[in-house]
Write a protein that binds this ligand. Structure first.
Ligand code: BTN
Length: 319
């Protein structure tokens, strides 16, 4: 559901950001609402942390946008389309992935400032610091068979690597199947879950956690703050990740797998390197030669090529 109040507040924010200062009368006229309603929306925006100076009898002056990741702020930079139709925001929640599974709605972005029981891969926990990190889940209806599931880890990790490179010039690397690294340390994880009917994925949940301005207390982990040395704004990062993800998702839906495979080579930590794949019951040593059209890892062992599926994997390490 596209909430009317949000739509008006996005419009008000756009006017204020463009004009710097505007009278209540002008905003009311453009938005087709009363001055009283403008004031109500201003109060809500200020509660959400937007800095607005109120000049009695003159109008409103925009100072700066707040630090929270409220839907209004995200809609300022994104048009509503078939990729994201609704944004649901939580100050705190158990897990955005779990919530997505409950509501079963497609094209919905669920975003939280903190998670009480953030879920990681294979039953592990995902830790975060409130208002410091990015924690979100996106629901998709890809109408694709199960075999394509690993590709969603690929596009999730790639989107983060691409965004981080674009915004901060950092050489973030994707570590197959679901991590993104900075300087060899993990700062992002992707968790793909799904609801399935017969052999087709009915609803896919793409959960992404990024350590942005926190100091993670987990072995081998880092954050963007720890690498750059200063805090960064989370909103532009989220916007860049979403737009990279949308492009990659459209490639995936359009079956342009070759483009995704090529992109993976550019951003991969393992590409063309010797790795040890630790599986559930055996280990394999070989060279990572890319991903196949389903997102599985192609391992070259002597003259043989072996396909590694993430479900059979325990760990991948460099030799
Ligand atoms: C991993 O590397 O183990 C995957 C971590 C995925 C964490 C994200 S945070 C948002 C979404 N909600 C969750 O509970 N988990 C994912």
């Amino acid at each position: 559901m596209w909430r009317k109040g949000i739509e008006k507040r996005v419009k008000i924010l756009k006017i204020l950001m463009e004009e710097g200062s505007s009278s209540g009368e002008r905003i009311a006229k453009i938005c087709g609402i009363s001055r009283g309603a403008v004031w109500k929306h201003m109060k809500i925006l200020m509660e959400k942390g937007v800095e607005i100076k109120v000049h009695p009898n003159k109008g409103y002056q925009f100072i700066g946008i707040g630090k929270g990741l409220f839907p209004e702020f995200i809609w300022l930079y994104r048009n509503r389309n078939d990729f994201i139709k609704e944004i649901i925001y939580f100050d705190e929640i158990n897990s955005t992935n779990e919530y997505a599974k409950q509501i079963k709605k497609e094209a919905t972005l669920i975003i939280a400032e903190d998670q009480r029981r953030g879920k990681g891969r294979k039953g592990s926990r995902w830790y975060s610091e409130k208002l410091k990190d990015l924690l979100f889940s996106l629901t998709l209806k890809p109408y694709l068979p199960y075999s394509k599931l690993p590709l969603f880890n690929i596009i999730g990790t790639l989107a983060v690597a691409i965004a981080v490179r674009k915004l901060y010039g950092l050489g973030a690397k994707t570590k197959w199947p679901n991590d993104v690294l900075l300087g060899g340390r993990k700062f992002c994880g992707v968790l793909v879950e799904f609801i399935a009917e017969f052999d087709v994925v009915d609803l896919l949940i793409l959960g992404i956690g990024v350590n942005v301005n926190s100091h993670p207390n987990v072995k081998g982990a880092t954050s963007i703050l720890e690498v750059i040395g200063n805090e960064v704004d989370r909103l532009p990062l989220l916007i860049e990740i979403l737009s990279a993800l949308e492009k990659l998702y459209r490639d995936l839906k359009g079956k342009r797998f070759k483009d995704i495979q090529d992109m993976w080579k550019v951003h991969s930590f393992h590409y063309n390197r010797e790795v040890i794949i630790q599986g559930k019951d055996k280990s394999l040593k070989g060279r990572a030669k890319g991903i196949d059209e389903d997102g599985n890892l192609i391992l070259q062992i002597g003259n043989l090529r072996q396909i590694i599926q993430p479900t059979n994997l325990v760990k991948v390490n460099l030799v």
